[in-house]
Design a protein around this ligand. Structure first.
Ligand code: NAD
Length: 479
């Protein structure tokens, strides 16, 4: 890869950021009364531009980390278009105030929940799915009627420049704009009293974002990461399991927040699983000689991350781990082969840190309580995958653990289901995105109650014997 990165290394200064933020204030107020038709029109224009710039998106993703065109289509363009389609189809209904039946105590009132825009929103996105994880939340923010400042990741500069160009074509900067830069720029942004911050990235930076938001009591949605485990029972269809795990793990070269991080496989089928993984990888990418030149296999985003992932593998092998799959063949810059690790020392870093690369540790168990105990001792994962044909086994795993989301006999595809909430829990995130959940993340749910002929006047002072009797009645029977 020869990457002539656009000149995006510069941080954006605090004055420029504050100017943009101030410029969005009147627009945010005006957007409060925007109609579904107006918002749908914006979403349609964004969708149209996604199709018009399809080739540019592929080129930018390739320039940033040699992402295969098919993976760009399925994991960068499709999710954004699907989000836009879903919002376009349902927005009118989502925006409709939700009528609430009166309770006995509130008899004689009329109540509803109105979904109002939060206002000025900040979206900070990561590099691993640069378009998807910027424009996906943007769709929800537009649907909910907000202004947005988007700060894409500095690590995928071609995608960041392209998004700036696309948004510049569609929107005035007092409505939706892009700010380029890295940590310093983020810090300037985080000093401002946004009405909502939607952050996607690592748990470590998530903590920084939440602490900064606390200064203004700004609401946050945090889409974070962590180690997403897989449990494979002896009843699983091993060939299909390996195929689904291999795709979830090695697409994007393992740089996926919900990629299977490691596998717990029943000891009775561990050898068969390793063999099936080898077959699946060979089917997808060819044998180990083919993979370095295979255009269907992505690169690690930069040298720093390449060295980090390689360091995790080296640490494990130096402590005695075996690699039944994977090699150190050179394959152009920042290449790491799909790698399986077995017989791993429990102290190895690869079992502690989020891997975010194409290394798959395989651990064995004889009793499902072993992986369950391990999962419960670690921070709650963003995704947990169960492969089994035994329903009792599946329910046991789901019931005994907590995770942002779960697929049964599949991996990662729950991300594409627009009817499902997508989000983590505790260390893996706060709040949800996608579809209606994304719309609600960017909306304030405002309670509106209208007096008609309620009995509230009976509770007013002076608190006579009669009033106190009415209040006692209410406490006992009317709530
Ligand atoms: P990151 O946290 O390093 O960076 C994310 C964004 O935060 C970038 O725009 C970056 O410029 C900015 N940033 C970095 N340091 C900052 C700081 N000190 N203060 C303020 N802003 C800062 O994450 P990344 O390396 O881009 O992405 C990988 C991580 O993101 C992984 O942990 C992965 O699991 C997670 N992730 C989660 C999801 C999800 O939907 N839950 C999706 C993709 C990635």
């Amino acid at each position: 890869m020869n990457r002539a990165a656009p000149d995006l290394a510069d941080e954006t200064d605090a004055d420029t950021i504050r100017r943009l933020f101030e410029a969005q204030r009147p627009r945010a107020l005006a957007l409060r009364t925007s109609t579904a038709a107006e918002r749908i029109d914006k979403l349609k224009r964004l969708r149209r531009l996604m199709y018009a710039r399809w080739d540019d998106i592929r080129a930018a993703c390739h320039a940033d980390f040699a992402k295969p065109a098919a993976e760009v289509d399925i994991s960068e363009i499709l999710p954004v278009v699907a989000e836009a389609n879903h919002a376009i189809r349902h927005l009118k209904r989502w925006m409709k105030p939700e009528r609430k039946r009166p309770t006995l105590l509130m008899f004689g009132t009329r109540a509803e929940v109105r979904f109002e825009p939060r206002g000025r929103c900040l979206i900070i996105s990561p590099w691993n799915y640069p378009i998807n994880l910027s424009f996906g939340p943007l769709v929800s923010a537009i649907a909910a009627g907000n202004t947005v400042i988007l700060k894409p990741s500095e690590m995928t500069p071609h995608c960041a420049a392209l998004m700036q160009d696309m948004l510049g074509e569609l929107f005035d900067e007092d409505e939706i704009t892009t700010v380029q830069g890295a940590v310093e720029t983020s810090q300037h942004l985080l000093e401002l009293p946004f009405d909502h911050i939607f952050f996607t990235g690592s748990p470590a930076v998530g903590r920084i974002v939440m602490a900064a938001a606390a200064q203004h009591l700004t609401s946050v949605t945090l889409e974070l990461g962590g180690k997403s485990p897989v449990i494979v029972d002896k009843t699983a269809d091993i060939a299909r399991t390996a195929q689904n795990v291999a795709w979830g793990k090695f697409a994007n070269s393992g740089q996926t927040c919900i990629a299977p991080d490691h596998v717990h496989v029943h000891a009775d089928v561990a050898d068969a699983f390793v063999e099936a993984m080898r077959k699946a990888v060979t089917k997808f990418y060819g044998d180990r000689r083919d993979i370095p030149d295979n255009p269907d296999y992505c690169r690690i985003v930069n040298k720093r991350h390449h060295d980090r992932v390689r360091g995790l593998a080296d640490d494990a092998t130096e402590r005695g781990a075996h690699t039944p799959l994977g090699d150190t063949a050179a394959g152009g810059d920042n290449y790491i082969a799909p790698t399986l690790l077995t017989d791993i020392d429990p102290e190895s870093r690869v079992l502690e840190e989020e891997i975010f690369g194409p290394l798959l540790p395989v651990l064995t168990f004889t009793d499902v309580d072993q992986p369950i105990a391990r999962i419960n001792a670690a921070p709650k994962p963003l995704a947990l995958y169960v492969f089994a044909r035994d329903d009792a086994f599946i329910e046991r795993v789901i019931g005994a653990t907590s995770a942002g989301g779960t697929c049964i006999n599949q991996s990662v595809v729950h991300f594409l289901h627009t009817h499902l909430p997508f989000g983590g829990v505790n260390n893996s995130g706060l709040g949800n995105s996608h579809g209606h959940y994304g719309f609600r993340a960017f909306s304030h749910e405002r309670a509106v109650l209208r007096e008609r002929f309620s009995l509230a006047f009976l509770f007013l002072p002076p608190y006579t014997r009669f009033t106190r009797w009415v209040i006692r009645l209410a406490v006992k029977y009317m709530n």
